[in-house]
Write a protein that binds this ligand. Structure first.
Ligand SMILES: Cc1cc2nc3c(=O)[nH]c(=O)nc-3n(C[C@H](O)[C@H](O)[C@H](O)COP(=O)(O)OP(=O)(O)OC[C@H]3O[C@@H](n4cnc5c(N)ncnc54)[C@H](O)[C@@H]3O)c2cc1C
Length: 812
């Protein structure tokens, strides 16, 4: 075994072997994989081997497509068969809601280049004659679905990696991970194994069932948990083996089962409600090539439904029951990427569908290590989508919920109930008393809307306009016609201070830093010019800045900040939970602020994009004159302990006897509606690492006169050539369903673009979509069609925001 390597991959399951293969494929040969036993000794060996492209996130779905396409290449390079069966697959729908869901998925696939189709009951009966189509409305057919041999595939990755220079060391457990250089930014790792110590520049945790334990060796907590999972293998069935062609896969989500052919019989697996987290206190090191005891009672109900859906099962004997554990993250997607605060430590774990996702995970991680960034946005599987707010019980409870919902319809407006509330602010009780309906983001409770008296405190999950529609409309009107109050806890906030603070910020941000007392909006770019942040910077003193950004991007942004922080001269603090407060927005906002402070808040004294430290009510505050509603508005930041006092000051002042300003609280649904009529983009929708500043129009906030900032040369190059596509706003002729995201945009019978987000803009009473189309098609009034739930809806491109196009309200 070598004593020094560029990368040590820990774990020889399908994921570790894929990471190893991709590292060598992209040119890093000085790499070793260390496996405690034999290859496939974790979850991999007993997997059912199915693969498919369906995933709620289009980029993850694309990586699943990449994985499936890779197997042929692997077989050719390695000479090792993966045992591929490309049989296609059906996901069936028994309810109109699931049919809506499948149609929405089908629509997404159009601009991803995936060739899925919606089929009816008679086609289902033809494709899969063993399926009883009673009660079935239709299905999504994916020709790419299939299955393979898990062991053969893992060995194919391993062999191809070895052929390209990688070393694989078996029967050698990693015992410790010790950072060198005290874990500094350029830290490397001593990987202590049973066969000696390797000094590694990078370590990859691909330890699957033991990823929690390997993470702990590096002081890292990964929010994942193993779950037991059972599938049955039947005896031979004549209706199966007498067919000339192999049967396709069928997923019956209503019955919580998936089914496929295995030789002359069938395999059927279950995601049951009565599920079981495994190894709650840790995975034993002596767990090996063994199965867990069957528990058919737990899947009794699901089995009964399966007999109804596939009557042949009732006549077949069960040859084998497989009960094995595998790991999930709270949202079911993998945990991949560089761990914030642990330089040189990379995760490739919680991969619950190793044969759909393993290739994409390996590719992504190898690109990230070698190039410094992955080639597409992978936030949906980035370790940084979870923060240090995740606890072990949180992970277990959410993983259980996710397992139970594996085949549930995912609605775009749905808020999942498990493990809540976790984080709340002092204002939580105030909102609750006013009939708030809450959602959650990054562990934090936030108000979605306020339910009127007599209505349920619950938003019905739907692809169509929900029961919250009218209430949200009323909140929007309150803002536009008087003044609204909304909490600003769900911004990530960072304090940057020190003699070199400005120089540093000018280096990592694309815009010039503001003058003291002013605010600047700025994109943050990766070296290749991709958007990795859309931030607001307020200069509060000569050496003091407050940055606000997306709340859910805290770990993501902190990882980037810390990786670029100088050794001295700049102090960075994440103050997201410490500094909270409210925004007040609407035409009466100035009058309201004027009533709670003695400072001059006239338009001349407190201008648009001014930032001031003043006293508001009884407490010290930082007031930013800016509002994401696009209206006259102020963000008022205070220490958490002062939040309630600030609230009471604002509410009392707003309703002074004889001079009631009509102050009303509003939630996130209203906020997102208001920003649509201003064509304001949102992080991870319009602005994310798939897009550039010029494509999204954020280039208006790039200071090309600055000599040096990260991403400058890419931004300059793009300015010279111009982008090929650009973000635009559309007014959609919708009925009871608006766009959410990822719907295809059509022109003249062809898909020419896609939606990033949208919804109903209540104040202007229009259905709005934001999305990308080719630059050559962009002109005011150009006609397109947008596919909503399988129907093409006329859409008109507009070149000015629907509300207050000149920004007079914001500035006036
Ligand atoms: C019953 C069942 C059915 C499934 N069906 C499917 C399916 O149809 N399709 C699909 O895509 N997925 C399926 N899966 C899931 C699939 O098995 C996993 O996604 C996949 O195996 C995860 O691979 P991995 O490499 O991440 O982890 P693992 O397979 O767990 O591999 C981790 C490896 O790391 C090694 N290791 C751990 N700690 C150390 C250490 N300290 N030192 C050295 N080595 C270490 C282990 O020995 C192990 O070999 C199924 C799983 C089960 C249990």
């Amino acid at each position: 075994m070598k004593s020094h390597v560029q990368v040590a991959v820990i774990g020889g399951g399908v994921v570790g072997c894929s990471v190893l293969y991709h590292l060598t494929k992209f040119g890093w040969k000085d790499v070793v994989l260390i496996e405690r036993s034999e290859l496939t000794s974790g979850s991999t060996w007993h997997a059912a081997g199915g693969f498919h492209t369906l995933n709620a996130d289009p980029n993850i779905a694309a990586l699943q497509g990449y994985t499936i396409g890779l197997y042929k290449e692997l077989e050719e390079i390695s000479g090792q068969s993966c045992g591929l069966h490309h049989v296609g697959g059906l996901t069936i729908a028994e309810t109109p809601e699931r049919m809506d869901y499948l149609k929405a998925e089908r629509a997404k696939h159009r601009h991803m280049g995936l060739d899925t189709q919606i089929v009816g009951p008679s086609e289902i009966a033809e494709i899969s004659p063993i399926t009883n189509t009673d009660g079935i409305l239709g299905a999504l057919y994916d020709p790419l679905d299939g299955h393979l041999d898990p062991s053969g595939t893992t060995h194919a990755y391993a062999k191809a990696a070895r052929m390209q220079g990688a070393e694989i060391v078996l029967r050698n457990r990693v015992l410790e991970l010790n950072p060198r250089n005290g874990g500094s930014r350029n830290g490397t790792w001593d990987v202590v194994t049973e066969q000696g110590t390797i000094h590694a520049e990078n370590v990859v945790n691909a330890a699957g069932l033991w990823a929690r334990e390997v993470g702990a060796m590096a002081g890292v907590f990964h929010p994942l948990h193993p779950m037991e999972h059972q599938y049955l293998v039947t005896d031979d069935i004549p209706e199966v083996y007498e067919r000339a062609v192999e049967l396709p896969h069928v997923i019956d989500p209503g019955g919580e089962n998936y089914l496929r052919q295995e030789g002359r019989g069938l395999v059927i697996g279950f995601y049951e409600q009565d599920c079981a987290p495994w190894a709650v206190d840790g995975t034993p090191w002596d767990f090996g090539h063994e199965l867990l005891t069957d528990n058919l009672d737990r899947i009794g109900d699901s089995l009964e439904q399966a007999y109804h859906r596939y009557p042949v099962l009732g006549r077949a004997g069960i040859k084998r029951v497989i009960n094995g554990p595998f790991t999930f993250a709270p949202d079911g997607n993998p945990l991949v990427g560089p761990m914030p605060g642990r330089p040189g430590y990379w995760a490739a774990c919680a991969v619950m569908a190793g044969f759909s996702q393993g290739g994409g995970v390996g590719k992504t991680l190898a690109e990230w290590m070698i190039e410094g960034e992955p080639s597409s946005d992978v936030f949906a599987m980035d370790v940084a989508r979870f923060g240090d707010w995740c606890t072990r019980p949180y992970a277990r409870v959410k993983v259980t919920e996710n397992y139970q919902r594996r085949f549930a319809v995912s609605y775009p407006n749905e808020e999942l109930p498990a493990a809540r509330p976790l984080h709340t602010t002092p204002a939580y009780g105030i909102w609750k008393a006013q009939r708030a309906v809450f959602g959650t983001a990054y562990g934090m409770e936030q108000v979605n809307y306020f339910a009127p008296e007599g209505e349920e405190l619950f938003e019905t999950p739907s692809f169509r306009r929900s029961n919250a529609h009218e209430a949200v409309g009323a909140e929007c009107r309150a803002v536009r016609e008087a003044v609204g109050i909304n909490e600003i806890h769900n911004f990530g906030k960072y304090q940057v201070t020190g003699p070199d603070a400005e120089v540093w910020l000018n280096r990592i941000m694309a815009n010039r830093m503001p003058a003291e007392g002013r605010i600047a909006l700025t994109p943050m770019l990766s070296p290749s010019g991709k958007l990795i942040g859309d931030l607001t910077v307020a200069k509060l003193g000569p050496e003091s800045f407050q940055i606000t950004a997306s709340y859910g991007a805290q770990a993501y942004h902190m990882r980037w900040f810390q990786a670029h922080l100088p050794d001295s001269g700049v102090t960075l603090r994440n103050i997201s939970m410490e500094r909270i407060g409210f925004q007040i927005a609407g035409p009466k906002a100035r009058e309201l602020l004027g009533r709670v402070t003695r400072v001059d808040v006239s338009n001349a004294a407190l201008r648009f994009l001014d930032a001031r430290a003043i006293e508001v009510g009884l407490v010290p505050a930082i007031v930013n004159r800016i509002s994401y509603t696009g209206d006259l508005g102020y963000e008022i930041y205070v220490e958490a302990k002062h939040q309630v006092a600030l609230y009471h000051a604002l509410v009392q002042a707003g309703s002074e006897a004889g001079a009631d300003l009509g102050l009303r609280p509003f939630g996130m649904r209203a906020m997102m509606s208001l920003r649509l009529e201003k064509s304001f983009g949102s992080w991870m929708r319009e602005y994310k690492p798939d897009y550039t500043a010029a494509e999204t129009g954020l280039d208006r906030f790039v200071s090309f006169r600055k000599n040096d900032f990260i991403g400058r040369s890419a931004a300059v190059a793009e300015r010279e050539t111009g982008p090929k596509r650009r973000l635009c706003t559309f007014v959609v002729e919708a009925e009871d369903a608006d766009v959410w995201a990822d719907e295809p945009i059509w022109k003249d019978g062809e898909v020419v673009g896609f939606v990033t987000s949208g919804g109903y803009a209540h104040y202007v009473k229009k259905s709005v979509a934001l999305g990308f189309v080719p630059v050559a098609m962009i002109e005011d009034g150009a006609r397109f069609e947008i596919e909503i739930l399988g129907e093409l809806r006329p859409a008109t491109l507009i070149s000015e925001p629907l509300f207050d196009p000149k920004g007079a309200r914001m500035r006036g």
